[in-house]
Design a protein around this ligand. Structure first.
Ligand code: IPE
Ligand code: IPE
Ligand code: MG
Length: 248
């Protein structure tokens, strides 16, 4: 007898489907979410940070092995100082909280992107979180901060050139695998599924090399409104795609 009304609808059942090993999310739409509510953009980022906490936890709970979230691009420095500062403040809050509260957690935190651009305080928090979490058994959570696919490739090319001139690498030995090994994501599988909320149909410089054969799911929801159910829908769509990798 149903005496109580459920206040949450049932989630789509994903227990029987093949899950992607690596999911990427372009966390987009915070600004528009705030604008719709006549709030400052920073309020959208704060709401987006809460969604990120919820979705990262959910991905870990359902058994995703690698999650990469796009938090700040190499191009996002073009935004007004106030907005950039608000974002840096939110990163700091999250990284302090992760150090304080996640000590028994299984999630491994990694940062991809050029971290030298961040304040010494933020840099120390990033290094500390990586060090603290590196031996954990669970999901690898890559936070893309000051990340750009082109910058990543340029950095890789520079390192490869140095190793060639130092005699550590022969030009004839440079393969696709060599390039993968010089990227921030070294040793991790390529993303199987990339989700972009907010309805934009572009990569915005996210994981350019790694996404050669990723399945993209574009969703018409702003990131702060993104729920576990949206993630399940994307996982279901992914499971029904036919990945051919150029074959038949
Ligand atoms: C994504 O939301 C967050 C960052 C890029 C840091 P946006 O701030 O891009 O939100 P929209 O696209 O303007 O709505
Ligand atoms: C991509 O979103 C970067 C992040 C979500 C961090 P943007 O909002 O910066 O991308 P564009 O400008 O719409 O391409
Ligand atoms: Mg945007």
């Amino acid at each position: 007898m149903a005496l109580f009304k459920r206040n949450k609808p049932e989630l789509t059942d994903i227990s029987q489907i093949k899950l992607p090993e690596h999911v990427g999310i372009i966390m987009d739409g915070n600004g528009r979410w705030a604008k719709k509510r006549a709030l400052p953009r920073s309020a959208g980022h704060r709401a987006g940070a809460q969604t990120f906490r919820k979705i990262a936890r959910y991905c870990s709970d359902i058994g995703i092995k690698h999650l990469t979230v796009y938090a700040f691009s190499t191009e996002n420095w073009r935004r007004p100082d106030g907005e950039v500062n608000a974002l840096m403040g939110l990163f700091k809050e999250y990284l302090e909280e992760a150090l304080r509260d996640f000590r028994d957690d299984s999630i491994v935190l990694k940062f991809i992107g050029d971290r030298t651009a961040f304040s010494p305080e933020l840099l120390a928090l990033m290094n500390e979180n990586e060090e603290e979490s590196k031996d954990r058994p669970g999901m690898v959570l890559n936070l893309a901060m000051n990340y750009g696919g082109r910058a990543e490739l340029a950095t890789a090319v520079k390192s490869i050139a140095h190793d060639v001139s130092d005699g550590k690498l022969s030009p004839d030995d440079i393969s696709e695998q060599t390039i993968s090994d010089y990227l921030y994501t070294k040793g991790q599988p390529d993303p199987d599924l990339i989700i972009r909320p907010s309805g934009e149909h572009r990569t915005s410089n996210f994981l350019l090399w790694q996404s050669a054969y990723s399945e993209y799911v574009i969703m018409d929801v702003l990131w702060p409104d993104f729920t576990e159910e949206h993630l399940n829908k994307a996982l279901l769509e992914y499971a029904n795609r036919n990945r051919r990798f150029g074959g038949v």
